[in-house]
Design a protein. Structure first.
Length: 134
């Protein structure tokens, strides 16, 4: 291979690798502090073994039983939400349910200088809806 071909090949390789570079997707959202959790049962049946699991760390918060139309809540020392995936698991009528892993999204109206509470609503359709409230 002559010098000119080698230079052209090197330039093509550099361009190809540059095309594979990951472009920044913008700034990461600022984390918010979490001070507690409330789980609301809107499923129409008693729920048991309700768990919010932080997938990456294995940390969890659980409630043994939540009666129909009932709730379970707790507070804890402030924790900064790092955007890790969570999963909601529960049992209803002897059947195990899971939300699958997802990230909790806060809306733009949240005041990042004030702590929030994670709200989990278990619906009749076997779904868990989660948000942050202040």
């Amino acid at each position: 291979m002559n010098r000119r071909s080698a230079t052209a090949l090197a330039c093509l390789l550099a361009l190809a690798l540059q095309a594979c570079a990951v472009a920044p997707s913008g700034p990461e959202p600022e984390p918010i502090e979490i001070r507690g959790l409330v789980m609301l049962n809107r499923s129409g049946a008693t729920l048991s073994e309700v768990i919010l699991l932080v997938v990456q760390t294995g940390e969890f918060i659980s409630c043994g039983n939540i009666s129909r139309r009932g709730q379970c809540s707790t507070t804890f020392p402030l924790r900064r939400y790092q955007g890790n995936d969570v999963e909601i698991r529960w049992s209803e009528g002897g059947q195990a349910w899971s939300s699958g892993a997802f990230r909790i999204e806060g809306d733009e109206t949240l005041d990042l200088s004030r702590p929030a509470v994670v709200r989990v609503v278990i619906t009749p359709a076997g779904k868990a809806v989660t948000d942050l409230v202040q």
